[in-house]
Design a protein around this ligand. Structure first.
Ligand code: SAH
Ligand code: SF4
Ligand code: F3S
Length: 435
């Protein structure tokens, strides 16, 4: 009987996409991919290192798993960004971990598992300048059969001063467009209706004769019934070309995630973001001009090194002027090895970071509710995804702008496109009726 693997995933969408690559590699190698922890011989935890609390969550989980390990043989391996950052130190600090494997070493997981089976501890954290896993067909793990991620590039070399990703993910590299289009085509033929093209900075996608906008159009050409999304765009290179490509295809979704990080030029400079507030606002104006229906979302960091009350106010002012549809909001967390950790003091007290963060959260909550209130009375095409957790009588889906829409089921079925008229809302959800 083959041994069973169970994969748990933390962190960003790229990690979820990677776990599907890992599942594919290990099932090819003869392992069974299990659906629960209970029968697992190996638990693989795919981890995130972006903030300290992301790492603490994983450490907590690893310690919690010890109870199961006391009852039966179950080995734990750490994959992903924490594995890359901490390497074998992680196995010293958490002594119930048997192996660590970095994000570019997944092809060698069968070798690592063999070593572990022979009683060794094992580590492979080598980064690669060429690995894109482009020939591997991911095993769709948590899939609803409707929406899937496709990784189109890996790595980041922007070196924002606070960020650990360039150290955990290595150099930027793009994937062969032919393999991207064939993966998307195969998904469409299996009944999928939405793909999200993933990269730390999709606008840096580069391949001879294929720019990112061209790649996106090739994917959109597969079928008008296939929705195409992408994430993330770095504001420094969000081009008008991309916006025009989006405008020319109804099935390229009108939603742009454009992380701003701060509304203060002084902070943006210290963060090494390579754009100014003025530049950012010009990009927002271009989106509003070329894609008036487009939603805009962002990431922001409160309490970065040296942030004054004036800098913080500048962030609040920027939020008021852009009026984001959604924002991921974080307290600054100093990361070992980054430029900021080496040269910029972590000098805002934790309570003050929390206070500033809460101010941003409160403002954004108010803006999101106002934005959604303006949607009442409008009609949207919604890709139906499944049952709403509010009630089994209701379904949910998303519109092109990526807003969740909940409505009474009637004759609608998951995987279909339906028009829904918006009748009510909360800050996070639109409530509507089938038309
Ligand atoms: N490549 C994407 C972001 C990836 S990380 C981009 O550049 O936009 C996701 C988000 O985590 C970042 O946008 C940032 O807001 C946040 N983040 C990164 N490092 C952080 C840190 N040290 N402390 C707090 N938040 C951080
Ligand atoms: Fe981190 Fe900056 Fe790269 Fe985004 S662009 S992953 S924030 S270094
Ligand atoms: Fe986290 Fe690594 Fe993604 S640090 S955000 S899992 S690239």
């Amino acid at each position: 009987m083959s041994e069973t693997i169970y994969i748990e995933t933390y962190g960003c969408q790229m990690n979820f996409a990677d776990s599907e690559v890992v599942a594919s590699i290990l099932s090819e190698a003869g392992y069974t991919i299990g659906k629960s922890l209970d029968e697992a011989d190996y638990v693989l935890i795919n981890t995130c290192a972006i903030r300290d609390n992301a790492e603490q969550r994983v450490r907590h989980r690893v310690r919690e798993l010890r109870a199961q390990q006391n009852r039966r043989r179950m080995r734990i391996g750490i994959l992903g960004c924490m594995a890359e950052r901490l390497q074998s130190r992680l196995m010293e600090e958490e002594d119930n971990v048997s192996f660590v494997c970095g994000p570019d070493a997944y092809r060698r997981l069968p070798v690592l598992l063999q070593q572990v089976k022979e009683g060794m501890q094992a580590a492979d954290v080598e980064l690669s300048s060429s690995e894109t896993y482009d020939d591997i067909e991911p095993v769709r793990l948590a899939s609803n059969g409707i929406s899937a991620y496709i990784s189109i590039m890996r790595g980041c070399q922007n070196y924002c001063s606070y960020c650990v990703v360039p150290y955990t993910r290595g150099r930027e590299r793009s994937r062969n467009p032919l393999t991207i289009v064939s993966e998307a085509t195969a998904l469409f033929e299996k009944g999928y209706r939405e793909v999200t093209l993933l990269g730390q900075n999709v606008n840096s996608y580069t391949w001879p004769d294929t720019t990112f906008p061209q790649l996106m159009m090739k994917v959109a050409d597969i079928s008008p019934l296939l929705r195409v999304r992408f994430a993330t765009s770095h504001p420094k290179d969000l081009s008008d070309d991309l916006l025009y490509a989006m405008a020319s295809y109804p099935n390229i979704c009108k939603c742009i995630h454009l992380p701003v990080q701060s509304g203060s030029n002084r902070m943006l400079k210290a963060m090494n973001r390579k754009y100014t507030v003025e530049w950012y606002l010009d990009r927002v104006a271009a989106i509003r001009r070329i894609l008036p229906e487009c939603s805009i979302t962002t990431d922001v960091i409160a309490g970065f090194s040296g942030e004054t009350l004036e800098d913080h106010q500048a962030t609040l002012d920027l939020f008021s002027s852009v009026r984001y549809d959604y924002a991921y909001m974080f307290k600054y967390s100093q990361r070992e090895g980054t430029y900021a950790a080496r040269h910029l003091p972590d000098d805002i007290a934790d309570e003050e970071k929390t206070r500033r963060l809460n101010e941003i959260i409160a403002l954004q909550g108010k803006i999101a509710l106002e934005n959604n209130t303006h949607e009442i009375g409008r009609e949207y095409e919604v890709l139906v995804e499944g049952e709403s957790h509010r009630s089994p009588k209701q379904l949910f889906g998303r519109n092109s702008q990526n807003k969740v829409v909940v409505f009474d089921r009637l004759d609608a079925t998951p995987g279909s496109y339906r028009n829904v008229k918006i009748k009510d809302c909360t800050a996070a959800t639109l409530l509507g009726e089938l038309v």
